[in-house]
Structure formats: structure tokens, C-alpha cells
Ligand binder design. Sequence first.
Ligand SMILES: [Ca+2]
Ligand SMILES: [Ca+2]
Ligand SMILES: [Ca+2]
Ligand SMILES: [Ca+2]
Length: 81
Amino acid sequence: MPDKETCNNKDDDCDTSIDEDFPVGGPCGTDIGECSAGTYSCDKTTGGLKCDGEVKPGVEKCDNLDNDCDGKTDEGNPEAR
Ligand SMILES: [Ca+2]
Ligand SMILES: [Ca+2]
Ligand SMILES: [Ca+2]
Ligand SMILES: [Ca+2]
């Protein structure tokens, strides 16, 4: 039995395709609001995927920006009334 394909830049299951089960180089994360999408790459320590260059959601602040990336700007009236 060949090994199961893991994300390591090697062809573990010997079908001549390397990491074919993983969307390496594809987009990950979200582009909404103040967030930016990143790119999938292999995490060789876990054999899974990691997301490079992603900007993750923060805490909503009253600044006319969508800090927590839910598509709504300054929802819930943060910080002030
Ligand atoms: Ca592999
Ligand atoms: Ca393979
Ligand atoms: Ca928001
Ligand atoms: Ca905000």
C-alpha cells in the first residue's frame, strides 16, 4: 500500500502527481473589509496546509473600516455612542 498523500512536496502515494490533494498556491482566508486573502502552501511539519500572507479579522473599532471582516463597517456601534 502506498502512503497517503500529505502536503510535503513529495509524491507519497506514487501516482506521479505531487500533493495533488491539496490546493497549494490557491487562495485562502478572506478578502472582505480590512482582511486580505493569503495563499495556501504546505506545512511540512504537519503534512497539511498553511495559509501564507493572510490578514486575519481583528476587533471592530469605530474607524469607518470593517475590522472584523464580516462585511459590515462599524456595526454594533463600537467604542462610542
Ligand atoms: Ca505529498
Ligand atoms: Ca500523489
Ligand atoms: Ca465588521
Ligand atoms: Ca470599524
